[in-house]
Design a binder for this molecule. Structure first.
Ligand code: ADP
Ligand code: TRP
Length: 324
């Protein structure tokens, strides 16, 4: 069975882009695989410097993922920092990591290019990510395009450790999540927290509706026929609509004689219906924080058991622990 692993940073409430671009696919992969998913709070610490915010984001991330269908019976869900073995493994990997390799990594490179000073955490971020992956012997890592470079770094580090000390680590493969699901934001650009154009999955339906109504559209006359596939409003609608509804909407676009307000209303209705069940589940979970704590505790225990084995093998291999 394939071991699948991915981490998601708790840097804010998850939006539609995160759902269709990543979370939904994590949930699909929990069937037929041994799946590990974690909330990457140690990585988020490189950007969030407020204890209350980081803590709340971590809890919210767990609630969101569970409400959306991450099933603790089928997948292991945990918080990154609950597995301290990963941090120890990070050090073992850090020795032998060339500075040049890390200097080429984009998070650091982009910050430096902007003239900002990066800290050692951001600089060594890919090594922690490599340890995350290697600790669980992961075969497959589903990630967005932007993380592929980090998986390459992980393979590099694992390969050179294995070369120096023997076959300890499994070399993982990236599974690049479909770029077709590049969800547009309210301004038509890629939806992203950094662009301030997001619609959060669990924000109040009224507020969702308001944001939808403000989605930027062109000013062509109503009568004019339009191409649905290249219109961001249609693209958003397609994510939520049933196939028959999508076809009907596409026909309406091609025929012309409709207003964008009509499409926006259909989008807001479809999105509200789409997430209704998850919304109810989230409310129920939020009312039982002890249940969520238990799920994360169980997840951490399972994850630790595996990480401990890997760490021990790595420690023995490089000579910081007696061979068992
Ligand atoms: P943001 O850009 O809002 O900061 P992140 O970089 O934290 O989002 O993304 C977390 C995950 O969600 C990544 O796997 C990323 O590829 C995916 N994702 C984010 N925004 C989108 C989008 N607009 N369309 C598709 N996938 C997205
Ligand atoms: N760096 C990833 C991101 O920003 C999150 C992450 C941390 C991760 N550790 C990981 C993803 C291990 C996959 C595997 O999206």
């Amino acid at each position: 069975m394939m071991r699948v692993l991915s981490g998601i940073q708790p840097t804010g409430r998850f939006h539609w882009g995160n759902y269709f671009g990543a979370i939904r696919q994590y949930i699909d992969l929990q069937d037929g695989n041994e799946a590990y998913y974690f909330i990457a709070n140690l990585h988020a610490l490189t950007t969030i410097r407020d204890r209350g915010v980081l803590w709340q984001n971590t809890i919210d991330a767990a609630l969101d993922l569970l409400a959306l269908g991450l099933d603790p019976e089928r997948a292991t869900l945990f918080v990154q920092s609950d597995v301290p073995e990963v941090s120890e493994l990070t050090w073992l990997l850090m020795t032998g990591t060339s500075l040049g390799l890390l200097e080429r990594c984009h998070a650091f490179k982009e910050k430096k290019a902007k003239g900002l000073t990066a800290d050692a955490g951001l600089f060594t971020y890919p090594v922690l990510m490599a340890a995350d992956i290697l600790a669980y012997g992961s075969h497959l890592v589903p990630v967005g395009e932007d993380q592929v470079q980090h998986i390459e770094v992980c393979r590099d580090l694992a390969g050179s450790f294995n070369h120096a000390f023997g076959e300890v680590f499994v070399l993982p493969k990236a599974k690049v999540l479909e770029s077709a699901a590049r969800v547009p934001g309210t301004d038509g650009e890629k939806m992203s927290k950094s662009y301030n154009n997001t619609i959060e999955i669990f924000e109040d339906p009224k507020s969702v509706r308001k944001k939808v109504m403000r989605i930027v559209t062109d000013s062509r006359p109503m009568e004019e026929p339009k191409v649905p596939e290249t219109d961001h409003l249609f693209q958003l609608y397609s994510l939520f609509a049933a196939p028959a509804e999508r076809l009907a909407m596409a026909a309406l676009y091609r025929a012309g004689g409709f207003g964008y307000g009509q499409v926006k209303k259909a989008l807001a209705d479809a999105a509200e219906g789409y997430f209704a069940e998850a919304r109810a589940k989230r409310l129920e979970l939020a009312a039982h924080p002890e249940k969520v704590r238990e799920i994360l505790g169980d997840g951490a225990q399972r994850a630790r058991a595996r990480a401990q084995q890997t760490l021990q093998r790595a420690q023995e291999a490089c000579g910081v622990k007696a061979e068992s």
